[in-house]
Design a protein around this ligand. Structure first.
Ligand code: MGD
Ligand code: MGD
Ligand code: SF4
Ligand code: MO
Length: 720
C-alpha cells in the first residue's frame, strides 16, 4: 500500500469522514456524518481552502447515489424475451462478464478492424480518477478512430482555441474571479451550473464579494437567468449571434486605440484588418444588443480596472462556437489584463496535466469521419456523426459500441435515431452505474463503484480552478468483493482484448494498467514540486497553494513561445460568418421565427439523478419556457400542452409563459425524457418532461470543430 492508500471506514462505523463531491466542476470538499455505516449527514467542509464550506443541494444527494436501490452493483447481461415478453437482465460473475465482452469486442476487431468498434465517453468520466489514470489505456486497446465523447456536445471549441493560441488544448485561461472588477459572462449560468471551465465553488459568495469591492457583473444571454438576475447588467442576445458582438468589441478596441497587447503576441495588424468589417451597428441588427452597449462594454473591458470576459456553453454549443471562443480570448489578450490579477489567468495545478503531457497538446484532421468527412480533433470525431457511422453500411462501419458513463440517447442530437441505431449493432457494452435510456440497449452492463467507494484526486478540475489548491480524498467505504472500480474494469478489458488479438500488452503498458491510481497520483505529486503525497495525507481538507500567478510567456506551449492571434484554422471560418451576416442583413429574422436553447437547473445533473426524491421534489421544471407575447401570437395558453417541432422531430410538452425569455426564443432543459426500461432493473424515475435532444439536429455544427450546435435550433410551436 502506497502513502495515499488509506483504510475505508469499518463496517457499522459511526463518526465523521472527509468526502468530495464529484457531481459538478466545483469539486466541493465535504464532511460526512455516518451512523451505523449509513450516511446520515453531508455538509460542506469549512476548512477546504477552495470550497470554504460551500455545498449545493446536489452535494447532499451523494448519499442517495451511494444508497441508490437502482444502482447496479454486479454485471448484468440482457437476455432477449420471447414473443411479447420483455427482455430480462440477469446478473453474471465479473470474470464471466469481462471474458464475454472481450470475446465479442475482439471478434469484431478481428472481423472488421478496430474501426468496427465505436466508443462514447460521457461526462462523469472527467470526475473519476480511475478514468483519468486508466481510461486512455482501455480506449487505446480498441484501436479505433471511432472515438466520441461529451466534449463535442460541450467544450471542444475552448480546447481547439487553447491549442491554437497557447499550444495546448487544456491551457484554457480562467477568470481570476476573486480579484476582478468587471466580470462579463457570455452564455453561462454559474448560479445554476456552479461554474464550468472555471472551477469556482461558492460562486454566489464570490459574486457578493465582487459587488462588495465595487466590481460589477454583466451577463449576455437570451434568457434572464439566475445569474443574470443577480448581475448589474443583463442584455438579451439572440442565440447564435454572439460572434458578431464579440468581434465588434474587438473592432472597437482597434478603432479607438484601446488595445494593449502583451509583447509575446503576433498578428495584431492582421487581426485589426480581419475584425474591421464587424462594426457594433452590424452586430446590433442581428443580435439585439445595441451598438452603444457593445462600444461601452469594449471600453470597460479595456479600462484601467481588472476585467475578464468569460464564455461557456451558450457560446460553445452554437454554429460559431470556435469563433466565439477565439474572440473572447482575443478580448482578454488585448484588454491589458491578460495574465494579470483580476484578468484571465492560468492555474498551476499540483499535477501539471499540460506540462507533463498527461493529455497531448491537440491535433486536427489526422482522419475524417467516413460518412460526412468531419475532421478529427484531439483523437475524437463529433458525437453528431455517431448515428450515421453505425447505420451506414460499408468498410469501417461501427458494428459494436462501448459507452462509458454516459447517456447519449438523451445527451446528443437526434437521440431517438441513435437509440434506433444501437438496436442494429452486433454487440454493445456499457460501463455505467445505471440502466438508462442508452445502456438499456447494451448486451452487457459493467457497473463500477460510485464516488464514496473510491479514492479521488481531481486531475482535471484543479487545472481550471480560480485558486491553486490540491486535495486527496480516500474512499469512504470499502468496495465490496463483488464490486469493481472503473480502473479495474478498464484494466481487465484492455488486458483481455490484447490477449485475444494475439498482441499482449508490453510490460510498461501492463504495469501502468495494473497500478492503483493512488500510487500513480502519489508519484505525480511527489515529482511535481508543488506539494507532496504525504502533505495531502496530513491535510485531508486540502492544501492551499495560493492565488493564481502570472505565468506568461514562460508557460506557453507553442513552438516559438509566442501567441499567434490569427491562426489559419480559426480565422478560416470568418468567411462563413461574413456570408451568414450578410444573409441576415438581407433577410432579417421574421416575427414568427422561433429558436430553441437549452437550460440547466441547480437541482439537475445532466441526464441522471432524476430518481432521487431529494432533488426532484418541489415544482416541476421540465416546461418549455416562452415569452408571453410569443404565446399570445400563437394563441397558446400558459400551462397548456404544445407540440414543438424541428427538422428532426417533434415532442409534446407543457409550456410556461416567462418574460425572462427573449422574444423569439424558447427553452427546454436537457437530460429529461426518461423512458422506463420496462425490465426488472432500471432507473425508477417518474419525472415528467421530454428530451430536448429529440429536437436538436446533428446537421447543425460549429464548422471548425464539429461541436454540436445545441443552441439556436429553429423550431415551431403549435397547440397539441
Ligand atoms: N441539448 C443539450 N444537450 C446537452 C447539453 C445541453 O446543454 N443541451 N449539455 C451537454 C453536456 S455539457 C454534457 S457534459 C452532456 C452530458 O451527457 P452524458 O455524457 O451523457 O453524461 P451524463 O448524462 O452525466 O451520464 C449519466 C450516466 O453516467 C453514469 N455515471 C455516473 N457516474 C459514473 C461513474 O463514475 N462511472 C460510470 N461508469 N458511470 C457513471 C450515470 O449512472 C448515468 O447513467 O450532455 C450534453 N447534452
Ligand atoms: N446543476 C447543474 N450543474 C451543472 C450541470 C447540470 O446538469 N446541472 N452540468 C454541468 C456541465 S456538464 C456543464 S458543461 C456546465 C455548463 O455550465 P454553463 O455553461 O454555466 O451552463 P448552462 O446553464 O448550460 O449555461 C449556458 C447559458 O447559455 C445561454 N445561451 C444559450 N444559447 C446562447 C447563445 O447563443 N448565446 C449566449 N450568449 N447565450 C446562450 C443559456 O440561456 C444558458 O443560460 O454545467 C455543469 N454544472
Ligand atoms: S456545487 Fe457541484 S461539487 Fe459542489 S456540492 Fe454542488 S454539485 Fe457538488
Ligand atoms: Mo458538460
Amino acid at each position: 500500500m502506497g502513502v495515499l492508500s488509506q483504510p475505508p471506514v469499518p463496517t457499522g462505523f459511526t463518526g465523521t469522514r472527509h468526502g468530495v463531491c464529484n457531481l459538478c466542476e466545483a469539486i466541493c470538499g465535504l464532511e460526512l456524518t455516518l451512523t451505523d455505516g449509513a450516511v446520515t449527514g453531508i455538509r460542506g467542509n469549512p476548512a477546504d481552502p477552495l470550497s470554504r464550506g460551500y455545498i449545493c443541494p446536489k452535494g447532499v444527494s451523494l448519499a442517495d447515489v451511494y444508497a441508490d436501490p437502482d444502482r447496479l452493483r454486479r454485471p448484468v447481461r440482457r437476455v432477449a424475451g420471447e414473443g411479447d415478453r420483455p427482455d430480462e437482465w440477469v446478473e453474471v460473475e465479473w470474470d464471466e462478464a469481462l471474458d464475454l465482452v472481450a470475446d465479442r469486442l475482439a471478434a469484431t476487431i478481428t472481423a472488421h478492424g478496430g474501426d468496427g468498434v465505436g466508443i462514447y465517453l460521457g461526462n462523469p468520466n472527467a470526475h473519476s480518477l480511475g478514468f483519468g489514470t486508466h481510461g486512455a489505456g482501455f480506449v487505446r486497446s480498441l484501436g479505433t478512430h471511432h472515438r466520441f465523447s461529451a466534449s463535442t456536445v460541450d467544450q471542444v471549441p475552448h480546447q481547439l482555441v487553447a491549442w491554437q493560441l497557447f499550444g495546448h488544448q487544456l491551457m484554457i485561461p480562467i477568470p481570476d474571479l476573486d480579484r476582478t472588477q468587471l466580470f462579463v459572462v457570455v452564455g453561462a449560468n454559474p448560479m445554476a451550473s456552479n461554474g464550468s471551465l472555471m472551477t469556482v465553488p461558492d460562486f454566489p459568495r464570490r459574486v457578493r464579494d465582487l459587488a462588495g469591492r465595487g466590481g460589477r457583473m454583466v451577463v449576455l444571454d437570451p434568457r434572464r437567468t439566475e445569474t443574470a438576475k443577480i448581475a448589474d447588467e443583463h442584455h438579451f442576445v439572440r442565440p447564435g449571434t454572439d460572434a458578431p458582438v464579440l468581434l465588434a468589441m474587438l473592432q472597437v478596441l482597434f478603432e479607438e486605440g484601446l488595445a494593449r497587447p502583451p509583447a509575446y503576441v503576433d498578428g495584431l495588424d492582421q487581426l485589426a484588418a480581419l475584425v474591421a468589417p464587424f462594426t457594433p451597428e452590424r452586430a446590433a441588427v442581428v443580435s439585439g444588443v445595441d451598438a452603444d452597449t457593445i462600444r461601452r462594454l469594449a471600453r470597460e473591458v479595456a479600462g484601467p480596472d481588472a476585467a475578464v470576459v468569460y464564455g461557456r456553453m451558450g457560446v460553445s454549443t452554437q454554429g460559431f462556437g470556435t469563433l466565439c471562443q477565439w474572440a473572447i480570448n482575443c478580448l482578454n489578450l488585448l484588454s491589458g489584463h491578460f495574465d494579470q490579477p483580476g484578468g484571465a489567468m492560468f492555474p498551476e495545478p499540483a499535477v501539471d496535466t499540460v506540462g507533463r503531457r498527461i493529455l497531448g497538446p491537440g491535433r486536427y484532421g489526422r482522419w475524417h469521419s467516413r460518412v460526412r468527412g468531419r475532421a478529427e480533433f484531439a483523437g475524437e470525431l463529433p458525437a453528431s456523426v455517431m448515428t450515421e457511422e453505425i447505420t451506414t453500411p460499408g468498410d469501417g462501419q461501427v458494428r459494436a459500441m462501448v459507452t462509458v458513463a454516459g447517456n447519449p440517447v438523451l445527451s446528443t442530437p437526434d437521440g431517438r435515431a441513435l437509440a434506433a441505431a444501437f438496436d442494429t449493432l452486433d454487440f454493445m457494452v456499457s460501463v455505467d452505474l445505471h440502466l438508462n435510456e442508452t445502456t438499456r440497449h447494451a448486451d452487457v452492463v459493467l457497473p463500477p463503484t460510485s464516488a464514496l467507494e473510491r479514492d479521488q484526486y481531481d486531475l482535471v478540475f484543479h487545472g481550471f480552478a480560480v485558486r491553486n489548491t490540491a486535495r486527496w480524498t480516500p474512499a469512504v467505504f470499502a468496495r465490496g468483493d463483488d464490486q469493481r472500480h472503473d480502473w479495474e474494469i478498464f484494466a481487465g478489458l484492455a488486458t483481455r482484448i490484447a490477449e485475444r488479438l494475439g498482441t499482449p500488452l508490453a510490460d510498461d503498458a501492463a504495469a501502468q494498467l495494473a497500478a492503483d491510481p493512488a500510487d500513480l497520483v502519489a508519484l505525480l505529486l511527489d515529482t511535481g514540486g508543488r506539494t507532496t503525497a504525504a502533505e495531502l495525507v496530513e491535510h485531508p481538507e486540502g492544501v492551499d497553494l495560493g492565488p493564481l500567478r502570472p505565468t506568461m510567456p514562460g508557460r506557453l506551449q507553442t513552438d516559438d513561445q509566442r501567441i499567434d492571434l490569427v491562426p489559419d484554422l480559426v480565422v478560416g471560418d470568418l468567411g462563413r460568418l461574413s456570408g451568414w451576416l450578410a444573409d441576415r442583413e438581407a433577410t432579417p429574422v421574421a416575427d414568427d421565427d422561433l429558436v430553441l436553447i437549452g437550460r440547466r437547473h441547480q437541482r439537475d445533473c445532466n441526464s441522471w439523478l432524476h430518481n432521487t426524491t431529494r432533488l426532484t421534489k418541489g415544482r416541476a421544471r421540465h416546461h418549455l419556457l416562452m415569452h408571453p407575447d410569443d404565446l399570445a401570437a400563437r394563441g397558446l395558453a400558459d400551462g397548456g400542452t404544445v407540440v414543438v417541432s424541428s427538422r428532426v422531430g417533434s415532442v409534446e410538452v407543457e409550456v410556461a409563459g416567462a418574460d425572462d425569455m427573449m422574444p423569439g426564443v424558447v427553452s427546454l432543459p436537457h437530460g429529461y425524457g426518461h423512458q422506463l426500461p420496462g425490465t426488472r432493473l432500471g432507473v425508477a424515475s417518474t419525472v415528467a418532461g421530454v428530451s430536448i435532444n429529440d429536437l436538436t439536429d446533428p446537421e447543425l455544427l460549429d464548422a471548425v470543430t464539429g461541436n454540436a450546435a445545441l443552441n439556436g435550433v429553429p423550431v415551431t410551436v403549435v397547440p397539441a
